[in-house]
Design a protein around this ligand. Structure first.
Ligand code: ZN
Length: 285
């Protein structure tokens, strides 16, 4: 079985650009209304685990907040610094300043570094698997960190857009090469591609950029269909995207597409756990 995990792939855009390889025997929207917010890591984790992982991944921030902050302070402040002998009150003031500066690091990296073990996911049903770059499992934090930094810089200065897109496409090419080389070598191969999300957030309203993205993703599906004809191919996204001026924002519906007739009707993203398990059972018996 092969799963193409395409972040932010949107059904209306697939149809608009007539991406025939993304529209397989059966395709449609998924239901993600069970989540308070359409957050990438949470939805992929829930897809893998077959249940809503929202509360596990984002407990109230303050629970871990102080502990993480102290950890960070101990890491970046030399051990002979006065800081370590300050009164608790002044400690706190300093920590608040530190928090304002590193808020992104503390909260962002904790969420993006969330990892499930294979035993907590449908991966355990397969004899061999490879999962490339999927959030909540094998996400390449280092590769994507630069993306997030450049994305933030864009809002200070638009000239960062080119460098941002360069990094996004470079990361994409790395995953694509690895993915195409892995076809046929595992019981289950999952390739994650964030192109539609990463380019869409800053340029969803710029048609030629989005067309290039959708053609590229369509082409990856085409390659799979050519090289692994009889294999089950599931294409799935975490959420869709809608235009907000030139920008893009997440929507309440994801996308799925499968080269089998299953007659699913707007399945929940968490339903795929059992669907994948059954498809695997059928193909191996
Ligand atoms: Zn996403």
């Amino acid at each position: 079985m092969i799963i193409l995990a395409l972040d932010a792939l949107d059904k209306r855009m697939v149809e608009k650009f007539n991406c025939t390889n993304l529209m397989q025997e059966e395709f449609g929207e998924t239901d993600i209304s069970q989540f308070t917010l359409e957050k990438t890591v949470i939805i992929w984790a829930s897809f893998l685990a077959g249940k809503n992982m929202e509360k596990k991944i984002e407990p109230p921030v303050y629970l871990n907040f102080e502990k993480n902050l102290l950890k960070l302070a101990n890491k970046i402040i030399p051990s002979n610094s006065k800081f370590h002998s300050l009164s608790p009150f002044r400690h706190e003031n300093f920590l608040i300043k530190l928090y304002r500066k590193f808020r992104w690091y503390l909260i962002g990296s904790r969420v993006w570094n969330f990892r499930l073990s294979a035993r907590q996911t449908f991966l355990k049903f397969f004899n061999s698997f490879k999962v490339i770059d999927l959030p909540a499992f094998s996400f390449k934090e280092k590769n994507h960190r630069l993306e997030r930094i450049l994305l933030a810089r864009f809002f200070e200065n638009e000239s960062f857009l080119n460098r941002y897109e360069e990094i996004v496409w470079k990361n994409h090419e790395e995953n694509k090469k690895d993915f195409l080389n892995s076809i046929g070598k595992y019981d289950l191969l999952i390739g994650y591609f964030n192109l539609a999300d990463a380019i869409g957030h800053l340029s969803f309203g710029i048609e030629y950029k989005m067309r290039k993205v959708y053609y590229e993703l369509n082409d990856i599906a085409k390659r799979v269909q050519k090289e692994a004809k009889d294999d089950v191919l599931l294409i799935v996204s975490d959420h869709g995207m809608k235009a907000v001026g030139r920008f893009g924002d997440h929507t309440k519906h994801g996308f799925y597409s499968i080269n089998r007739k299953l007659n699913l009707k707007t399945p929940k993203i968490t339903d795929f756990y059992e669907i994948i398990r059954n498809l695997h059972k059928m193909s191996s018996s």
